[in-house]
Write a protein that binds this ligand. Sequence first.
Ligand SMILES: NC(=O)c1ccc[n+]([C@@H]2O[C@H](COP(=O)([O-])OP(=O)(O)OC[C@H]3O[C@@H](n4cnc5c(N)ncnc54)[C@H](O)[C@@H]3O)[C@@H](O)[C@H]2O)c1
Length: 289
Amino acid sequence: MRHVLVTGAAGGIGQAIAEEFAADGAALTLADRDRTALDRVAERLGASANGPVGALTVDLTDPQAPEDLVQRAWKARGPVDVLVNAAGVYPSLDMADVSAADWDRLFAVNLRAPVLATAAFARLAVEHGRGGAVVHISSGSALRARPGGGPYASSKAALEMATRAAALELGVHGIRVNAVSPGFVPVDSACNPVSEQYAAAIGANPLGRAGTPRDIARAVRWIAGPDASWITGEILRVDGGSSTGALHLPRIWPPDGPRPADGGPQAPTHAPAPVPAPPAQAATEGHSA
Ligand SMILES: NC(=O)c1ccc[n+]([C@@H]2O[C@H](COP(=O)([O-])OP(=O)(O)OC[C@H]3O[C@@H](n4cnc5c(N)ncnc54)[C@H](O)[C@@H]3O)[C@@H](O)[C@H]2O)c1
């Protein structure tokens, strides 16, 4: 039975990740700074996860917190097999307005915490002669900034390099380090509110529907599991294809070629793809440890 530690487990994507591993029969330790929301998630999953779900309150802006968290989880429920770093903040901050305090806080949660948690996990795993898997949650922003998203995009770009660098060094110990990079996924977030206007503007992608937390969670479970045992240092984009290019730029028509009757190139349109129904029995899919 795998022991999986998930940070940001009270959040939209973090709790879907916890659900996915719970359905797989994993033992779970969930961590977040929002104790009330965390308790709700732990209570809901308690029945399906193996034994009581551990819930640890943590403020990842504290430099010591990531290492303490991994050690607490390890001590309370035994060796950690999978570490998922899903805690993150995405405040709107223009590059011309950002302060040192804003920048440091954002980087503390989005970059320093996953890096230090991975370091603590790796030290313990090596000391105990065990391998393991780390999955960071990056973002499409790592490749493409947007107005007001520069500091966030910078933190995720650095996280992607930290993913590859850690994978390079830790592979020899049987520790895989990967990242899942979500496209836009609407979540009901207290600490990361997103306006409806933004959500409407960002929704388009080649597959024609918004992502769901479950889309991300299933990719995390897969890349942390045995079916991905020869994959490390990878950034898995789970984004409906939005990182493939600029879908809504018009085609460039040849000067003498045929043109649309209305006189202008058209962006491709199609009906939104349906959201796939969740599988009835995720636990039967054979991804257990
Ligand atoms: N939702 C999206 O569209 C999207 C897209 C790309 C990447 N992401 C990434 O996915 C991850 C989860 O985001 P989400 O959309 O579920 O947001 P969310 O706000 O629902 O979840 C984030 C969680 O992190 C926790 N957290 C924040 N600061 C913390 C701190 N200092 N200490 C401990 N916990 C803290 C919050 O309490 C919250 O539960 C983040 O890393 C985010 O950057 C989200």
